[in-house]
Design a protein around this ligand. Structure first.
Ligand code: GLN
Length: 186
């Protein structure tokens, strides 16, 4: 059985662990670089990207995560996790890992009260996905190597570059295991 690490410094890591178990793998909370040695893939959860970025730097996890990805191991970022994977974050000077050739604009749909849910077509996964967007970022640029797996209102919301995937919404907050299963298939 595959073991997926969930970065558990801040944010909704517990929901991802549940979703990974529901999708048929085991989940391990990762809080230090040493934890990367025992996992087949890593999830960067939603939360507050500034906080998670600061903690990654403080705990010396930035280079180890880059090396994990460079070794071809899959990484999946949701919302704040997607922001952390980006090449560039508009208007904010904060840490990003640059593992995915996208640019993002934080909180681009507005404040908490503008958080919303929507059905988003995802042809590669079959039926539409229920997208839960919570103070979500917008992906403002996708590089040529980036495949768009789902769009909402003409904007990419679920993308893939090799074994790195990112969603600006929260599949871990629904009962639909397809996105986590897709990650396991990588
Ligand atoms: N607004 C948060 C950020 O910019 C992300 C929100 C989330 O992960 N749901 O980091």
């Amino acid at each position: 059985m595959k073991t997926i690490g969930i970065l558990a410094l801040q944010g909704d890591f517990a929901k991802h662990a549940e979703a990974i178990r529901a999708a048929g793998a085991s989940a391990l909370e990762v809080r230090e670089a040493a934890g990367l040695a025992n996992i087949d893939g890593l999830i960067l959860p939603g939360g507050e990207s500034t906080t998670i970025g600061k903690l990654l730097a403080r705990y010396g996890m930035v280079e180890p995560i880059k090396q994990f990805a460079a070794a071809g191991k899959p990484v999946f970022g949701t919302c704040a996790g997607a922001i952390l994977l980006a090449k560039h974050i508009e208007k904010y000077d904060q840490l990003c890992l640059g593992l995915l050739d996208i640019d993002v604009a934080r909180n681009a749909y507005g404040r908490q009260t503008e958080s919303f849910e929507a059905d988003i077509p995802a042809p590669s996964l079959g039926d539409p996905l229920r997208g839960v967007f919570i103070r979500a970022p917008v992906i403002t640029r996708t590089g040529t190597g980036v495949e768009v797996l789902a769009e909402y209102n003409g904007r990419a919301v679920f993308v893939r570059q090799g074994s790195i995937i990112a969603a600006t919404f929260h599949p871990e907050l629904t009962d639909d295991p397809r996105v986590h299963r897709f990650f396991l298939s990588l």
